[in-house]
Design a protein around this ligand. Structure first.
Ligand code: IMP
Length: 456
């Protein structure tokens, strides 16, 4: 059996906590897209582990898999693995031989391209990890894959083909000088070859590379439970998100099949759980119709609600809304129901996990963007262009707030112990999305989750 965990908003919905809660019953946790742009904190035995690439399940003794749909920076991977080993853990992580490799020039180009785009307000506010440039090379059929690192001749020929193109891009298109403006080694075939061959040798020595689809299928056939862990969120999906302010992969559930090499029927036989944060947060640029307050450098000019800056700051601090990877303050807003209706359809959610209702506790009123008003019409789902989305005005609905309570008690008593007004809010979300609630997050720790339903 499988379960697929997907972010239903803009990333940072608290997927890690739910992965942990349901992870106990799983044997394998596989990521199917993204790379070290995804930050997650795992708390285990009072210790905090900040990870961006290693699936959180691997910290808990599960097999962690980076699927073929991921882009893998081997430097980050080994840094995280070494860090975990130094702290006494023994993570078992496998990497798809078909996954693409993030090379140092991808990171450099990510930075340069964002700089250039910012002149036209087109910067996505990327994490700077080289994610977009690596997926570009994958689609352009000039990428280097994990399997290539295991074969010196192939690695050399791939680099000899692609590196001169990257040099020309930097020098002739962007007018920069390699060695002065950007690190020379990142654009040097010999230096890259030596370093990446070494990564390949280590992957090989540690037996980490796999044919992902075959590996997972065998384990599923053997009766093991597999979790597909999506990174980022539906509204920053490259196809279904707020293009161009998106990441370069597909966090939506369909990619769980494509990005690991199992069939869509395998994914579809299991649950697809949409992770919802009880309000909205966002790292990066672009419109956000329900935004409260604003964040310099991210909120577009004229966006946000300056008069709600205090409320935004309170939610940001209470919810710890600062990027795990970058430390950047996140933009915050009310829950956006058109965004969630879009996510429920695009992913085919069979269950919802709604997080962070404790963060909103103590507010007199909690509002929700129930619909949008655009050109005199009311919309219940997101328009297809981001420009139209930016013109949408949120039609708000108000809910009475709920008190802060002892959430530990709530967890031990169960769903009915959740304050009534919070339950009204939760049930409104479930009704609107026509999807049952599986779990409610009432705090950051994994034990701070009210589990209503289990996918296994
Ligand atoms: P990239 O994935 O680094 O290329 O960044 C593209 C966009 O996705 C930017 O707006 C990032 O802030 C956003 N993004 C990437 N990863 C995450 C994540 O894990 N959580 C939230 N936003 C993300």
């Amino acid at each position: 059996m499988t379960v697929t965990i997907v972010g239903s908003q803009l990333g940072d919905e608290g997927k890690g906590g739910i992965v942990d809660v349901y992870g106990d019953a799983t044997d394998v946790v596989a990521r199917y897209q993204g790379g070290d742009n995804a930050g997650h904190t795992v708390v285990l035995g009072g210790e905090k582990y900040k990870l961006s690439l290693v699936p959180s399940g691997a910290v808990r003794g599960k097999v962690g898999v980076l699927g073929n749909g991921c882009v893998v920076n081997p430097a980050t991977l080994f840094e995280e693995l070494d860090g975990l080993r130094e702290r006494g853990l023994d993570p078992d992580v496998r990497v798809a031989e078909r996954a693409h490799v993030i090379l140092p020039y991808h990171r450099v180009l990510d930075g340069i391209e964002e700089d250039v785009k910012s002149d036209d307000d087109l910067a996505a506010g990327t994490t700077g990890r080289g994610i977009g440039p690596t997926y570009e090379d994958k689609a352009g059929r000039r990428g280097v894959r994990i399997g290539d690192l295991l074969d010196p001749e192939t690695l050399r020929s791939r680099l000899e083909y692609v590196v001169p193109q990257k040099r020309a891009l930097v020098e002739d298109v962007y007018g920069l000088t390699i060695g002065e403006d950007v690190d020379a080694d990142a654009f040097d075939v010999e230096a890259l070859y030596e370093q990446y061959l070494e990564f390949g040798e280590r992957l090989s020595e540690e037996g980490m590379t796999v044919n992902c689809g075959a590996f997972l299928s065998k384990r599923i056939d053997d009766g093991e439970e597999v979790m597909f862990e999506g990174a980022q969120g539906t509204s920053i999906d490259i196809d279904h998100g707020i293009y161009p302010y998106v990441t370069s992969s597909n966090p939506t559930a369909g990619a769980a099949a494509v990005g690991t090499g199992v069939g869509p029927t395998v994914v579809g036989r299991g649950d697809v759980i949409g992770i919802v944060k009880a309000y909205l947060s966002r790292v990066g640029t672009g419109p956000l119709p329900t935004e409260l307050g604003s964040v310099e450098g991210q909120t577009p000019e004229g966006g946000g609600r300056p008069e709600k800056a205090d409320l935004a700051a309170a939610i940001r601090d209470e919810g710890g809304e600062y990027g795990t990877v970058t430390g950047r303050p996140r933009r915050v807003g009310w829950l956006d129901m058109p965004m969630l209706r879009h996510a429920a359809r695009a992913n085919g959610f069979t269950g919802l996990a709604i997080n962070h209702i404790d963060v909103l506790a103590g507010l007199d009123t909690v509002e929700v963007g129930h619909a949008y008003r655009l050109d005199g019409e009311e919309l219940l789902t997101m328009p297809t262009t981001t420009e139209a989305w930016g013109d949408c005005e949120a039609v708000l609905r108000s809910f009475e707030g709920w008190d802060d309570v002892d959430w530990g008690d709530v967890v031990s008593t169960g769903y009915d112990a959740i304050p009534e007004n919070a339950r009204t809010y939760l049930e409104y979300i479930a009704d609107e999305l026509d999807t049952p609630i599986y779990a409610i997050g009432v705090g950051p720790g994994r034990e701070e989750t009210v589990v209503v339903e289990s996918p296994f």
